[in-house]
Structure formats: C-alpha cells, structure tokens
Design a protein around this ligand. Sequence first.
Ligand SMILES: [Zn+2]
Length: 289
Amino acid sequence: MLFGDATLEQTKVEIAVNGEFFKASGSIIAEPGWMVVGDASKTEILPDLKVGDELSGDYKLCDKMSEPPKRYTDKTILAAMLSAGKDLDDAELKKLMSDPKTGGIGTEATRAAIIQTLIDREYIVREKKILRATQKGIDLIEKLPLDQLKSAELTAVWERRLGDIARGTENADLFKRDFENALREWVKIINARVARTNQSYANMLEGVRCPLCKSTVHSTDDGFVCAKHKDGCKFAISTICGKKISEQQIRKLLTEGSTALIKGFKKKDGTKFNAKLKIENGKMAFEYE
Ligand SMILES: [Zn+2]
C-alpha cells in the first residue's frame, strides 16, 4: 500500500543452441515498486536481454513421448459435467450453463446417477479409479446422427425453459409438445440411418476387401465402391472401357489379384480388345492377351 506500482516488461526470447531454437518467456522488472518488499516469486524473471546477446547454460537431451489426455475419474468427470457448456457461443446459454444452480449436465443430486446409468448400459466401465469408454459408447457417439442430442446446448435450452415454467413465463404444455415433436423427428432420423446402414450391409461383397484400405466393398447401382469412399478412399469401379464388370469378376479380381480374360473392352476409337484385369499396387491395370 505504501510502495508504488511495479512495472514489468513482458519478454519473449528465442535462443539458438547449436542451430536449434528454444523459446522462453517471462518478465523483466522495469520498476520494482512494491516488489522490493512484496512477494515477486510468482513472476518468471528474465535477465535484461538484447538481441544478439550471448548466453551460457546447461543443456541436456531428454527422450520423451507425447501422452494421451488423462482418463476421467469420478472426481474429474463430475467437474467436467459441472463445467459443460461454459464454452457455448450463445452468450445467454453460456451464462445459464455457468450458473452453479442450473449449469452443467444434470444437478448435484443426479450427476452420480447419470454416471451409474452409463456404466449400467455399458457405455463406460470403471477400472479401479478410472472411467473408460467402451467400444459401444464410442460407437454411439460416432454413429448417432443427432449432433444436437450430443451437445450441452440442448440441456441449456431445456434448463432455461424449465426455469421459465417455474417462473410462470412459459407454458408447460407448449414445452411438452415441442419436446414430443423433437423426439418424433429424432426417431425418424435414427430410423432412416438404420435403414441406410442395413441397405449398405445387404450390398456388401462377403469376403472381399478394398485393395487400398482393406475396408469392405459394396455393390451400388453403377458398380462397386469401398465402404470408406466417403471418407476419402479412392477405390471405386464402374464401367471400364465400355464394359460393365460383374460381381463375379470383381470378386475374383479382389480375392485372387486378377480376373479371367474379359472380352469386349472398347478403346476410344471403337476398336475392341480383350484383357484380364489385375490389381497392381492397389490400382487396377490391364493384362493383355
Ligand atoms: Zn478403400
């Protein structure tokens, strides 16, 4: 109180050691002020440096591996549930989710039960102190086509409307109707996804693998395509030189590496030729008679 302000200069330096660059940041005390008598130990103090200064130091090489994020324990997952939604874009929802009364996922009374439900339904398992997602849990998050249902925003919107009902500014029947409509819409989206997945399995070529990525191969209206085609795999076969390839031929090609002789390919100038198809370095090629 009796001393003046301390003035610090924020400094970032780049230090070259044998051609490798290292960074350090800290402060230089320009005007110590109260720091003469106060605790300045929380400040990383750098010496006064000028560009081109030569420094000496002790260096040692360490072998280190990057580490995956730490798994949740009961304690850290409760904290994560409490702070869920604090990074929402909508300012009003963000405020609502940051409120200790309404914020986060669940309430103080229900959070432990939510975790137990996830365990009971085998979405997560408890291993000693650690909670780990099961393959079923990972699949659910990956495959559920409803991003809304996976976002903390939804619980924030509902919390707000429930709060409004409690304050008498929202109609409970209206909320119920909106909820039912949303539910119907979600079930429709999920059913459509399930139908698409079943369709795709029905068209799968049993025992045949993509030569590029080893995923399953599926027949479509115009040919054959790798299951990971939408994710970037380039393997797809439709008509080759005017000739439609049959399922039997594609099966032989992908399981044995080449087809039997196929007659009647057509060049651009119209002349016909016969050839076998083969897979060479993951690509299709002709093997001429
Ligand atoms: Zn593929």
